[in-house]
Design a protein around this ligand. Structure first.
Ligand SMILES: [Zn+2]
Ligand SMILES: [Zn+2]
Length: 337
């Protein structure tokens, strides 16, 4: 993978999405992570899309997370316009959180994350059956090239140009670290399996760096502005989980580099889906990322596709069920706008 990075000028004291103006070149993956939040935000979006959940207490009961954490993540998702917060009809002061078009369009990120979890941890997780539209058939998410329709593999994509947020900008952001141990203990499902790898900003950014060719500790630290102890813990965790492998590249003194394993490489669809969403919603008119799909030589445009029938898919035409016969699906089929 050939990589040309347009580095941003260092921007000190940068705070908050609202100050993301045209003088700050857009980094779509970092922008998407900031707009959405961490693993808990993904779980909330999954609840909303797959199960039609809209009310605070229902999210809280179904996810079992602290009320303060839930309130914070719903706030982030509302400020970033993935949810519209409004009074429940006939519900007095009760609020409900309704997915916007921007929120629904995050569906490909969830779908490919869930698919990855199924592929690598399917046996550990109870089955959740995703069903594509009538006549219902199993939905298997895959990102395909809009031009040649081939499934997109990391090895087949060249980065022509890309804006990467500066380390000063990334490092200046307030920490929002989900309790990954709590996530580990929560009910296993394919999404949780994936979020253990990419559900916090540092792990996700480390994975993103790997796809951009970063391998050495000092390079990760330089690109991300991350404290050495946090970087060590994230790299070690990703090695333990099996997404990275650590190998010595010199012996005196010994130094290591980190490379994606087959499992790690297979994660590619997750950052690619986030990049696609970030480009579409967070930087209209100033898309700075250009990828090329080498098999067809065309600019890469990723389309979420159902592997079973080969048709494009959106959150509106996929339902979820714990019943393999699949008649109980809610969320997408009934709740999309
Ligand atoms: Zn192509
Ligand atoms: Zn299908």
């Amino acid at each position: 993978m050939q990589v040309f990075i347009c580095r941003q000028p260092r921007t000190r004291g940068y705070r908050g999405m609202t100050s993301m103006t045209s003088e700050v070149p857009h980094d779509p993956i970092f922008g998407a992570m900031e707009a959405v939040g961490d693993a808990w935000s993904w779980m909330i979006l999954q609840e909303a899309m797959f199960h039609g959940t809209t009310r605070f207490n229902d999210f809280q009961q179904r996810l079992g997370i602290a009320r303060k954490v839930l309130a914070n993540r719903l706030d982030i998702l509302t400020r970033s316009e993935l949810f519209d917060r409004r009074a429940l009809k006939g519900g007095g002061a009760t609020l409900e959180y309704v997915l916007t078009a921007r929120g629904w369009d995050f569906f490909p990120c969830l779908a490919v994350a869930m698919r990855w979890g199924e592929r690598w941890f399917g046996e550990a997780a109870p089955p959740v059956h995703a069903l594509h539209r009538e006549p219902q058939h199993p939905f298997r998410a895959v990102l395909c090239c809009a031009h040649c329709a081939k499934p997109i593999q990391a090895h087949d994509v060249s980065v022509v140009s890309m804006h990467r947020a500066s380390s000063a900008l990334i490092g200046a952001k307030r920490q929002r670290t989900p309790d990954l141990d709590l996530l580990d203990q929560s009910a296993a499902n394919p999404m949780v399996s994936t979020l253990r790898f990419v559900g916090d900003r540092w792990s996700a950014l480390v994975i993103r760096e790997c796809f951009l060719g970063t391998r050495r500790f000092g390079e990760f630290a330089e690109h991300l502005g991350i404290a050495p102890n946090i970087l060590t813990s994230r790299l070690d965790r990703l090695v333990t989980l099996g997404a990275l492998v650590k190998r010595p590249y010199q012996t005196n003194p010994i130094r290591y580099e980190y490379r994606l394993t087959e499992m790690g490489f297979d994660l590619y669809a997750v950052p690619l889906a986030m990049l696609t969403w970030g480009e579409r919603w967070l930087s209209p008119g100033r898309q700075g990322t250009h990828l090329r799909h080498n098999p067809c030589g065309r600019p890469l445009v990723a389309i979420l596709t159902c592997e079973t029938c080969g048709e494009p898919a959106t959150g509106a035409d996929v339902a979820y069920s714990t019943d393999p016969a699949g008649t109980v699906g809610t969320g997408g089929v009934t709740g999309a706008q």
